[in-house]
Design a protein around this ligand. Structure first.
Ligand SMILES: *[C@@H]1O[C@H](CO)[C@@H](O)[C@H](O)[C@H]1NC(C)=O
Ligand SMILES: *[C@@H]1O[C@H](CO)[C@@H](O)[C@H](O)[C@H]1NC(C)=O
Ligand SMILES: *[C@@H]1O[C@H](CO)[C@@H](O)[C@H](O)[C@H]1NC(C)=O
Ligand SMILES: *[C@@H]1O[C@H](CO)[C@@H](O)[C@H](O)[C@H]1NC(C)=O
Length: 452
């Protein structure tokens, strides 16, 4: 329900976006104006805090009586629209960071400016995010650590705030901070902006970006040194159409947190497009074997910084078909030999047949042929059991793995779509495209009413 509410509010952005405002009005909304002062406070997490962060008030607080130590690296976490700095995802991220490294972690809280209070519009929050960035940039400057000690992680509007912080540190102190991680940077009123008016790769020495909802809330264009598009960068597995935006938009936080200490790596590939990736994972995508990791180009998330040969690359990957962690999907390169042998025992005609089948039902989904998609999907599910015959020494429980392997990950996507699109017997989660568009339509009406 919370997610649904969030979606209603978030839809505000959509209504404000490119579609419903006139050209002139949109241009005006996009322009940055100072909307007055913004109150910022910080939750300082360190290993010494024992799970209870120290609250620092004042935009540029005095850290001398806290656990802050200038000899260890500092991370900032900046939230986005209608959010705040003490939510579970922030705490989880701070804890994961502290488990991995001895750090100062400042969770930035700008809840009033971020419109947690009803009545503050997205436009105002967007203006405020620049002010927040400037404040954080000044704070970084005042802390005066070597540039390689600072890393800012921002979600949604917070990602752009991180960019403005980087820009401020540069202009005020000639200090280029080491890294900014943009987690699904906000899209509305930022799409097509010049680099100075959004997060961009000049804001830090290394800017890595995870795009999880490029349809409404997030920005689609690549803005970093490396941009990751898990699951095509929009409908994340386990997110339902009814909550499409908010659920997928916040998944970037989960991916990042999981990546900090997970054994499983989010392997990502450099390709020209998602389509190239999905059809020929390793044939048409760059051969990245020289970088290591058994043929993967890179890994998404915290450790992406270890693969520094990026040049504004867009990287693609699939995650597990589930809405609960772990999201990381064991990459093709890391499959065990047993599965490999099992797959080898399928003859190549059968492999091609399965690949074509998965492709064809995915195409139907893309063409919006929901009924055909669903009926073919159920045939496929029924047919899965029949594939066992030519496989030797593999149990039926391996079949999804085999399918997934053979279909280059597309099977996962197809399954994700099927869960969302296809009515199931007695399923309370049955959701058709028609009802989804009805819900989205109603929300837009509500939003336009609120806006007007
Ligand atoms: C910060 O706090 C310390 C200790 O309370 C104090 O000595 C110092 O003057 C303060 N610095 C500023 C700039 O207020
Ligand atoms: C920052 O750079 C200095 C030397 O230039 C090095 O000693 C230190 O380990 C670096 N710190 C981090 C966090 O990379
Ligand atoms: C800014 O820093 C860079 C490298 O640290 C240095 O080369 C440059 O001269 C500095 N610019 C100014 C205006 O201080
Ligand atoms: C699976 O095999 C059985 C027995 O050979 C057959 O009757 C059934 O039609 C097959 N199902 C599919 C979907 O191919």
């Amino acid at each position: 329900m919370q997610r649904l509410l969030a979606f209603v509010f978030f839809s505000l952005m959509a209504a404000l976006g490119e579609k419903s405002l006139s050209e002139a009005c949109y241009a005006k909304a996009r322009r940055f104006v100072s909307d007055g002062p913004v109150d910022v406070k910080y939750y300082l997490h360190t290993r010494e805090n024992g799970g209870t962060p120290t609250v620092l008030t004042g935009n540029i607080p005095n850290v001398s009586d806290t656990h802050y130590r200038s000899d260890r690296p500092t991370k900032f976490i900046i939230h986005g629209f209608r959010s705040q700095g003490d939510l579970p995802w922030v705490l989880e991220m701070a804890n994961a960071l502290l488990q991995a490294e001895d750090l100062n972690v400042f969770a930035v809280d700008w809840r009033e400016g971020a419109a947690s209070v009803v009545g503050v519009t997205y436009i105002k929050a967007k203006n405020n995010c620049r002010t927040v960035g400037q404040i954080v940039g000044e704070f970084v400057t005042k802390l005066g650590q070597p540039p390689n000690m600072t890393h800012i992680i921002g979600h949604s509007l917070g990602a752009h705030a991180a960019g403005f912080a980087g820009m401020t540190a540069q202009s005020e102190a000639n200090l280029t901070i080491a890294r900014i991680s943009g987690l699904d940077p906000a899209g509305p009123l930022f799409r097509g902006n010049p680099p100075a008016d959004r997060l961009d790769r000049s804001d830090a020495t290394f800017v890595d970006v995870i795009h999880t909802e490029t349809f409404i809330l997030g920005i689609k264009e690549p803005v970093g040194h490396v941009d990751f598009y898990p699951n095509e960068g929009w409908l994340q597995p386990g997110c339902f159409l009814s909550e499409l935006s908010a659920c997928s938009h916040s998944r970037a936080q989960d991916f990042f947190t999981e990546s900090i200490s997970s054994e499983c790596q989010f392997l990502a590939y450099r390709c020209h497009s998602w389509d190239t990736f999905i059809r020929n994972q390793q044939l048409l995508c760059d051969d990245c074997s020289h970088i290591g990791l058994n043929g993967a180009c890179s890994v998404m998330g915290y450790h992406s910084v270890n693969y520094r040969n990026y040049a504004g690359d867009s990287m693609y990957l699939m995650t597990k078909n589930a809405d609960i962690p772990p999201h990381c999907r064991t990459g093709r390169a890391r499959r065990d030999t047993e599965t490999e042998q099992c797959v080898q025992s399928l003859d190549s005609d059968l492999r091609q047949e399965i690949r074509d089948y998965v492709d064809s039902i995915a195409d139907m989904k893309e063409m919006g042929l929901q009924e055909d998609f669903c009926s073919m999907y159920s045939v496929m599910e029924a047919g899965v059991a029949n594939i066992t015959a030519p496989v030797t020494n593999c149990g039926p429980e391996d079949i999804p793995v085999i399918l997934e392997y053979i279909a280059d990950g597309k099977y996962d996507a197809v399954k994700g779509w099927a869960v969302d699109l296809c009515p199931r017997s007695g399923g309370d989660r049955a959701f058709t495209l028609k009802s989804a568009s009805l819900v989205i339509g109603l929300q837009l009406i509500l939003v336009v009413t609120l806006w007007g």
